[in-house]
Design a protein around this ligand. Structure first.
Ligand code: NAD
Length: 226
């Protein structure tokens, strides 16, 4: 079996180190190279099938441009992009398969799916989103909370508030609460180990190399309807 060759960008970071460790353990993957701040992706991209970006929002547009110029698939886990950074990424990557997801955990993607469903079933309930992460997280609200907000605002046609907390070492908790005058339904996901994101991103990388050009997310990788 031919192994999928991955390049990991942001390899010295919290997620990057896990991605490297998980990729080395996966018999279907080979590590074609790693990149961190100060390295040039152009130097090692030739041997890759797919580039994985877990860096920082300002770095993603240039990495996306290089992946597209070399016709390599791309997996983007980095969050916190501005509108203009996101537009640059989408513009650059029209000719390649891209999996762009604020959260690569299976449980969170099921939460996205169930949130849409409950949002439709409980249209009249008040709804709010709360999220808690470790104190080193740079963006707030989290990309996952923003995605939940987007899903709910599309279903309900009105603003949905997000509350963010930054505490200690919390890996990532998200709760969507639906409240009526006499009951409250809460959907909660807690990430226990960051490896869940790394394994999900590597699954997305193996999937991306089999896809036509286009923009996908983890729900596509998991085959969850939207
Ligand atoms: P981190 O700060 O620990 O690591 C980021 C790494 O990227 C650092 O080593 C930094 O030197 C490197 N970097 C910065 N600019 C670079 C560039 N131009 N080229 C190459 N490398 C560069 O952060 P982290 O906790 O590992 O998270 C990384 C990103 O992934 C964040 O945006 C975070 O929110 C996101 N994240 C996403 C998911 C998901 O499932 N999508 C899960 C966890 C974290």
């Amino acid at each position: 079996m031919k192994k999928t060759q991955v390049v990991i960008c942001g390899a010295e970071g919290r997620m990057g180190k896990l991605l490297v460790a998980c990729a080395k353990k996966d018999p279907a993957l080979a590590l074609a190279g790693t990149v961190d701040s100060g390295d040039d992706l152009n130097d090692i991209i030739a041997s890759a099938d797919v580039v994985i970006d877990f860096t920082t929002h300002t770095a993603s547009p240039a990495l996306a441009k290089i992946a597209a110029a070399h016709k390599k698939a791309l997996v983007i886990g980095t969050t916190g992009h501005s509108e203009s950074e996101r537009a640059l990424i989408l513009e650059a990557t029209r000719g390649i398969p891209v999996v762009f997801s604020a959260n690569f955990s299976t449980g969170v993607n099921i939460l996205f799916y169930v949130t849409r469903l409950v949002g439709e079933l409980l249209k009249d309930a008040d709804v709010d989103i709360s999220e808690t992460h470790h104190t080193k997280k740079k963006d707030s609200p989290s990309g996952t909370a923003k995605r939940l907000q987007e899903i709910l605002e599309a279903v309900r046609g009105r603003d949905v508030p997000v509350h963010s907390l930054r505490i200690g070492e919390v890996v990532g908790d998200h709760t969507v609460a639906f409240t009526t005058p006499d009951e409250r339904l809460e959907l909660t996901h807690r990430a226990i180990d960051r490896a869940t994101f790394a394994r999900g991103a590597l699954r997305a990388a193996k999937w991306a190399v089999t896809q036509e050009s286009g923009l996908y997310d983890m729900q596509d990788v998991l085959g969850l309807g939207k």
